[in-house]
Design a protein around this ligand. Structure first.
Ligand code: HEC
Ligand code: HEC
Length: 411
């Protein structure tokens, strides 16, 4: 009976939520579909929409100490950093650290690295960066839209786009990161490990997460101190050995909750461009390709076969190659993950770029740590493999620069 009641109430809730989505379309002054980032992909079945809504709720869940938050954490819900599914504000930045010694990077796991938990629940002392750390990077939250498509691009495609030895001699040599898989990782048919059993990373600014479950489990654990069937160990503040962690029984969320969030991330719609037919935007797109921006921010990728029909064998336009590029010394924070060098960063998708300020308090905070407060500043920070492209940009006329930037804002 209780079970049936619970089922009934969740159906009522579902109907309510669905009608909310439906109503949105009829409200006056409601933003157009291409002006907001959140919402499901078009073409999901009823059952898939239901799973999407469940995942949306889990993504918005606020954790309290009673629900297992902490003891050491950064903040209390996915949504507080990825608000509206858009980019985060510098106030929600994560800090990661480690130590370089003799050319080797040590994430200082035994001292609470690689990620700082800068807050703690009552009765516990928050972590501070240990004095051993000599490499520290700040990461602003990226948007989480369209990730299902990026997750469905096969490893073979990424290896095909990669040009680690710059065979085509254009100064741009994207390569994949290889990551030690966690115990819970289950490869898809198309995953291609290297000889050492490592898998290609594609999420995160250093491409250190192999798939969306990997990223999600780490986020629950490292950002909120929430254990799951996938990772049963709460973060610990090693500097205070007398304090272990919270007393809430592990796992603090079920495997089903973790999977539900992954389903939500997989089926969030991709950002929809605006003003595509505007002549200035079209000129900007042409310039973008002419000055080699599109060599890393490649406009079109195609997914492989997927268990979700709307993700299966589709072309889409993320403006990324998901590969690592050396971006020069100005962007080198002396910090790294996996096989990436400290100056290497994964090309971020540019879709949704024009909508970033909506989630960032009306301003732009671009590049991995949000240090660029305009698109132009972001372009001028491009060094290393992108130096030529930056020079070409600097040589454009003022009106061409403006066209390029209108194109970027239309994404
Ligand atoms: C404290 C802020 C914060 C919280 C809380 C947080 N994230 Fe993130 N998220 C980030 C940052 C910063 C990154 C970039 C991390 C990196 O590059 O390794 C990120 C990256 C991601 C990515 C990868 C996106 C991409 O394009 O590569 C996904 C997916 C994601 N987060 C999902 C989640 C989920 C799910 C939760 C909740 C379980 C969550 N995040 C909680 C800040 C946060
Ligand atoms: C060699 C590869 C490469 C080329 C060429 C390149 N980019 Fe990038 N771009 C990147 C990488 C990698 C980052 C992320 C750097 C970071 O996070 O610090 C980036 C970041 C950006 C960002 C900020 C995105 C964000 O979400 O913060 C913008 C905007 C951008 N690029 C536009 C351009 C434009 C315009 C051009 C051509 C003038 C260009 N890029 C050329 C690799 C490249």
């Amino acid at each position: 009976m209780k079970n049936n009641l619970a089922k009934l109430s969740s159906l009522v809730l579902l109907a309510g939520l669905l009608s909310l989505y439906a109503c949105e379309k009829f409200l006056p002054n409601e933003p157009e579909e291409n002006e907001v980032l959140d919402g499901p992909m078009e073409g999901l079945s009823y059952a898939q929409t239901r799973l999407f809504l469940e995942g949306d709720e889990a993504f918005s869940e606020v954790f309290t100490p009673e629900k297992g938050l902490g003891a050491y954490f950064v903040t209390s819900s996915c949504f507080s950093c990825h608000s509206g599914d858009g980019k985060g504000h510098p106030s929600t930045t994560l800090t990661r650290f480690g130590r370089w010694e003799n050319g080797q990077f040590d994430p200082l796991t035994h001292l609470g690295g690689g990620q700082l938990q800068n807050r703690a629940i009552a009765g516990f002392e928050a972590e501070v960066i240990p004095s051993e750390a000599n490499g520290i990077a700040k990461f602003t939250p990226p948007a989480v839209t369209g990730l299902g498509l990026l997750a469905a691009v096969t490893d073979a495609t990424l290896l095909d786009v990669a040009d680690p030895d710059d065979m085509d001699g254009n100064g741009i040599s994207g390569r994949v990161n290889y990551i030690e898989p966690p115990d819970f990782f289950s490869p898809l048919e198309w995953n291609i490990p290297d000889e050492e059993g490592r898998y290609i990373g594609r999420f995160g600014k250093k491409a250190a997460a192999i798939d969306l479950l990997h990223q999600t489990v780490n986020a629950y654990n490292q950002d909120m101190g929430i254990t799951s069937d996938f990772d049963m160990n709460d973060p610990i503040n090693y500097a205070v050995s007398s304090q272990q962690t919270d007393l809430i029984p592990d796992p603090e969320i079920s495997a089903a909750t973790g999977q539900s969030v992954v389903f939500y991330l997989r089926t969030l719609k991709a950002p929809i461009p605006r003003d595509e037919s505007d002549a200035n935007v079209q000129l900007g797109k042409q310039l973008f390709m002419d000055i080699d921006c599109g060599k890393c921010h490649i406009p079109t990728l195609k997914t492989g076969i997927s268990d979700i029909t709307v993700l299966s064998e589709v072309e889409f336009h993320p403006y990324t190659d998901l590969l690592l590029h050396n971006m020069g010394e100005e962007l080198n924070d002396n910090y790294t993950e996996g096989l990436a060098e400290a100056a290497e960063w994964r090309t971020p998708p540019l879709w949704g770029l024009g909508l970033s300020p909506d989630a960032q308090g009306g301003e732009f905070f671009l590049m991995h740590d949000g240090r660029a407060t305009s698109i132009e500043e972001a372009i001028l920070l491009h060094g290393g493999e992108a130096s030529n492209s930056r020079t070409y940009y600097q040589e454009l006329s003022t009106s061409d620069k403006e066209a390029l930037i209108s194109f970027l804002k239309s994404l």
